[in-house]
Design a protein around this ligand. Structure first.
Ligand code: PXP
Length: 245
C-alpha cells in the first residue's frame, strides 16, 4: 500500500540564535530559509519568542517575502503576538506555551486549563484566514480540548519521546504518540509533530501514517555545522520519506 507523503517544516530559529550571540547581521535566517527550501523543505518554521532571543519581527517579515513554500509562525498566546500574526498573516500559526527561563519549549499547551483564552485566540486568527495549530502533548484529553477550541491542526510534542532514557520508556512514548495521532486524525484534525527530533530518532515518528508534517530545528542546524544546511535538510527529508515508503 502506498502511504501518503510526509512533509518537513524546517525551523531556522537557531541560525538567528548564532547571529544574536554577537548582535551582528550574520548568519542570516533569510538565507537559511532559502537554502532549506532549495533542499526539500516543505515549509519554514520560526518561533518569535517573547524575549526575542533568536528570531526578530523583521526576520519573520523578510522570510515571509522570499519563501515560496509557507511560513509557520510559532508563538505564545499573548496579545502582542496575536496582533503581530494578524498584521502579517502567515499561512500557519502554531500556539505554544512559553516560559522565559526555559532553554526551549518544555511541553505542550495546557489547553484544558486555558480553553477560553485559546478558543478566542484561535477564532481571532482563523477569522483572518490563518490555519491555527495547537502544540499539545500526546494526551487525548488535551486533543479533545483542542477540538473544542475549533483548531484544525495539532502538533504533537515529541520531546518526551526524544528525551526517553531507556528503550522501554521510548517505546511507551512512541505508543502514546501513535495513539494520539490516530485519535486526532479520526476526529478530523490534521496532525503534525515535532520537538527534539534528530537523525537517529526521526524514522519511528515519520512512520506513523497519520502524521502530515514534522517540524525540526535544532537537529538539522546542528548537523549543518558539519555538512552544510542544504545537505542537512536533504538528509533529514530522505530519512523521513524512506521511513514512510
Ligand atoms: N515544534 C514546536 C512547536 C517547537 O516549539 C519547536 C522548537 O521551537 C520545534 C517544533 C522544533 O524543535 P527542535 O528544535 O527540538 O527540533
Amino acid at each position: 500500500m502506498k502511504h501518503q507523503s510526509i512533509l518537513l517544516g524546517v525551523n531556522i530559529d537557531h541560525v538567528a540564535t548564532l547571529r544574536q550571540m554577537r548582535h551582528m547581521s550574520y548568519p542570516d535566517p533569510v538565507e537559511a530559509a532559502s537554502a532549506a527550501e532549495k533542499s526539500g523543505a516543505d515549509g519554514i518554521t520560526v518561533h518569535l519568542r517573547e524575549d526575542r532571543r533568536h528570531i526578530q519581527e523583521y526576520d519573520v517579515e523578510r522570510i515571509q517575502k522570499i519563501i515560496s513554500t509557507r511560513l509557520n509562525l510559532e508563538m505564545a498566546v499573548v496579545e502582542p503576538m496575536l496582533k503581530f500574526a494578524e498584521k502579517i498573516c502567515p499561512v500557519h500559526c502554531c500556539f505554544v506555551p512559553e516560559k522565559r527561563e526555559e532553554l526551549t519549549t518544555e511541553g505542550g499547551l495546557d489547553v484544558i486549563s486555558e480553553e477560553g483564552r485559546i478558543r478566542d485566540a484561535c477564532q481571532r486568527l482563523m477569522a483572518k484566514g490563518l490555519h491555527v495549530s495547537l502544540f499539545v502533548d500526546p494526551d487525548l484529553r488535551q486533543i479533545e480540548a483542542a477540538l473544542r477550541c475549533n483548531a484544525s491542526i495539532i502538533e504533537i510534542h515529541t520531546g518526551s519521546y526524544a528525551e526517553a532514557k531507556t528503550t522501554k520508556e521510548r517505546d511507551e512514548e512512541l505508543q502514546r504518540i501513535m495513539k494520539a495521532a490516530q485519535f486526532a486524525k479520526q476526529a478530523g484534525l490534521m496532525v503534525n509533530a515535532g520537538h527534539g527530533l534528530n537523525y537517529q530518532n526521526v524514522q519511528s515518528i515519520a512512520r506513523i501514517p497519520e502524521i502530515n508534517e514534522l517540524n525540526i530545528g535544532h537537529g538539522i542546524i546542528a548537523r549543518a555545522v558539519f555538512i552544510g544546511l542544504e545537505n542537512a535538510v536533504r538528509e533529514m527529508k530522505h530519512l523521513m520519506v524512506e521511513a514512510r515508503a
